[in-house]
Design a protein. Sequence first.
Length: 441
Amino acid sequence: MTTSNYASERETDEGRVFTVTGGDWDTIVSGTDPINDERIVVNMGPQHPSTHGVLRLILELEGETVREARTVVGYLHTGIEKNLEYRNWVQGSTFVTRMDYLAPIFNETAYALAVEKLLGITDDITERATTIRVLMMELNRISSHLVWLATTGMELGAISIMLYGFREREYILDIFETITGLRMNHAYVRPGGVAQDVPDEAIVKIREFLKMMPKKLKEYEDLLSGQPIWTERTKNVAVLDVTGCVALGITGPVLRSAGLAWDLRKTMPYCGYENYEFDVPTHPDGDVWGRYLVRLAEIRESMKLVEQALDRLRPGPVMVADRKIAWPAQLAIGVDGMGNSLEHVAKIMGQSMESLIHHFKLVTEGFRVPPGQVYVAIEAPRGELGVHAVSDGGTRPYRVHYREPSFVNLQALPAMAEGGLIADVIAGGASLDPVMGGCDR
């Protein structure tokens, strides 16, 4: 039996079991005398209020200065990518939406675009479905940035902004619930279109939100931008210039706060973004302050995009016409607030026997996707969210792998933290906006 260099192992009735120790903690602390040596090793996490999830940081300190930082991930691993191989292509939407739980619409849209590219139906997606996707993504971008502002404010001592950020996010979650039936983990964007149309009630709520939000943003800036403690904790803190970002593969607001206007909605447009008017905010300094300003500016740009998407909504179907692919999208809620209405069920049952059989097979087995592999990338709140999807011609994915920005961006934490103060590790890590549900898949 071969031995592993990384984890101890033993044979059991269920097969070989590996015991993973988690990082190289034992190696780091062995041979160290904490009383006589200047070096102190601090284990921050994996359960720590400032790590944006189940993230573990091993910090070697000299006084309060960080000499070396290590990131240890994997504590929230869900096996979502592997689970996709045991579900049909449409059921995959219910899995991927749970990865980065603050940006579920982006997870779903990237996955749907990849499946549609494999199917060769990208140009067949209806204009209304594409517009709804843009509308939902930009609302989701705002809600994600609001959570970043709220949690980062809390970690740096600005308690009020935490309350306000989550308060405004509730408006968006109410809108999502009106449209999809759920506040989070929607499985709303599906291959071929979206699960159901946007009701008029939701349009009214969105316009109310757009009218209310500019005033709230001004309040945030009044609270933070001129506040001396906030500026001391963010300006010239956790600096990562554009060269470092590119070398490490960093994307999203962190890259744009270093001065490079790289945004896939502009550079590699999808979902018709090339037909929308919006700017790509940047900042030259590459510090926590710049990331704060960029995200606030992005909220304003997303509001402009939501306004344009509302104006572009034209009557029409929200799912492709091909009945061999189109998942039922004309859903209706029953009188108990759950399931489908009796009228909708009666409509399905009242069709021909062949239609009923096809409907049953589509829902239970799913559609077949031609063999091939594709890579599709979109601009998520944390950066480039890419999907590498592989099909062997069956009704289930052969392999789906996500290029998740939280995982990639966490590489920057040692570069930003080493040489700085331990307090700045909190600010720098928060400015990356990692979500461990996306990192550990």
